[in-house]
Design a protein around this ligand. Structure first.
Ligand SMILES: [Zn+2]
Length: 124
């Protein structure tokens, strides 16, 4: 399983490095990832393989932050919105198992925070 997360993180590292390079290669301080509760990756495994993914890259000192997005469904019968982890996919109002997914499958880079290079320029 963790190989799945590692290959995803290697791809994230490649993308962040490409974005940084296209913007004059500032030092990247933090990568913020958004991961949905129903996404196919497990946040703990992402954290576990992060050090390996950034090893010997330009992101070696970059921190990782993960934001979890709750998996929400809207009942197709009564339109009630429910948290799928709590309801286990069953509408708490009418017991219907039919729902449309509103959120929770996300896996995206939300933010790439870089060091303020103007600040370091004034430090000499
Ligand atoms: Zn319902």
């Amino acid at each position: 399983m963790i190989m799945h997360e590692l290959s995803i993180m290697l791809e994230v590292v490649r993308r962040v490095e490409a974005v940084a390079k296209a913007n004059g290669s500032p030092k990247v301080k933090t990568i913020v990832l958004q991961i949905g509760e129903a996404a196919s990756v497990i946040p703990r495994f992402i954290e576990d393989c992060y050090d390996a993914a950034i090893h010997q890259t330009t992101l070696e000192e970059t921190k990782l932050e993960i934001e979890i997005i709750p998996a929400m469904g809207r009942c197709l019968d009564c339109r009630q919105v429910h948290h799928l982890r709590d309801s286990q996919g069953i509408c708490p109002t009418c017991r219907s198992k039919q729902f449309e997914m509103l959120s929770g499958r996300e896996f995206q880079i939300k933010q790439i925070a870089v060091e303020d290079h103007y600040e370091s320029d004034q430090n000499h």
